[in-house]
Design a protein around this ligand. Structure first.
Ligand SMILES: Nc1ncnc2c1ncn2[C@@H]1O[C@H](COP(=O)(O)OP(=O)(O)OP(=O)(O)O)[C@@H](O)[C@H]1O
Length: 278
């Protein structure tokens, strides 16, 4: 079960009792890697190639961007142009072919696979395109996974965690479905469970890949209101991919991906900002 549960949340479970990478922070010691105050994510000269040689797919080319703490940045672009790939690099599920990804002042390419997974568990909530719920768990227990995978929680802590999970489900419109199993939920409801699950551990960064693609207007509004409340109340940072103009209109910033490149005014602004920040 633990393996399936870890897969469901992107292998982001942490090892109970093991010191978290945040205590070591090897990136802090690297000259030039300290971020300007207020910046959580920085990608510099990032390329991603799948496969090799002539058969290689150049999914991302020379990506330079940053995301400020508490910002909601929307990544837009046609299907197959690299949005999922970019989000998977930011959430440390995949690694770059070239360039660097710095999260919370850590140069992530210097980290071991386990340290990257630990950092992901500590900092990042991910909403995947595929809903990846554990079939044997209720909606509430699926939402609780990021907390229960960190180790056994009992007593008051468990009661508080269950109350929080129930509140998040209610805020995405699933108050009466908390004890339903995934096979009793429709696509929209399953997608909203994954959104609640990404938020339950109060991550600093939420990466959401087409998180509202199955939702009607009312549910999209609920989710975007919840994201805005998390930004306001917890300073949560969001990087989302979307083709939905209602979501784009609520983003602090929009970046356009075309054929694996950030393009147009959005990319120029990102490059200028990065240059100005040195
Ligand atoms: N694991 C992989 N192996 C080989 N090619 C891949 C892999 N993952 C993605 N690609 C390729 O990388 C490119 C970018 O894919 P990606 O899924 O990031 O696009 P996308 O903009 O998210 O598309 P969609 O909106 O349809 O999800 C595509 O050409 C895709 O076929």
């Amino acid at each position: 079960m633990r393996g399936a549960a870890m897969d469901a949340i992107g292998g982001s479970g942490t090892t109970p009792g093991k010191e978290r990478p945040g205590h070591e922070r090897p990136g802090h010691e690297r000259p030039g890697q300290i971020m300007p105050l207020g910046e959580l994510v920085r990608l510099s000269g990032v390329h991603k190639v799948y496969g090799r040689g002539l058969a290689g797919v150049h999914a991302l080319n020379d990506i330079n961007m940053h995301v400020g703490r508490g910002e909601l940045v929307a990544i837009c672009g046609p299907s197959g142009h690299g949005k999922t790939c970019l989000l998977n690099l930011i959430s440390l599920i995949e690694t770059v072919s070239e360039g660097s990804v710095v999260i919370d002042s850590l140069l992530t390419s210097t980290l071991s696979g386990q340290a990257r997974a630990d950092l992901r568990g500590e900092l990042i909530g991910h909403v995947f395109q595929a809903f990846s719920l554990v079939p044997a768990l209720s909606a509430l227990d699926n939402v609780l996974l990021p907390l229960t995978l960190r180790g056994r929680i009992k007593g008051t802590a468990l009661a508080e965690a269950r109350a929080l999970a129930g509140e998040l489900l209610a805020r995405v419109g699933l108050k009466t479905q908390t004890h339903h199993f995934p096979d009793r939920l429709d696509a929209s409801q399953r997608q909203r469970v994954t959104i609640a699950r990404a938020l339950v551990a109060a991550p600093q960064l939420v990466v959401a890949d087409e998180a509202t693609s199955r939702l009607d207007n009312g549910s999209i509004r609920l989710v975007m209101d919840l994201f805005a409340a998390q930004q306001r109340e917890h300073g949560t940072t969001f990087v989302i991919s979307t083709r939905d103009q209602r979501q784009v209109s609520r983003a602090n910033r929009t970046l356009q991906l075309n054929e694996g490149r950030l393009c147009g005014a959005a990319a120029d602004t990102a490059r200028r900002t990065l240059r100005a920040q040195g």
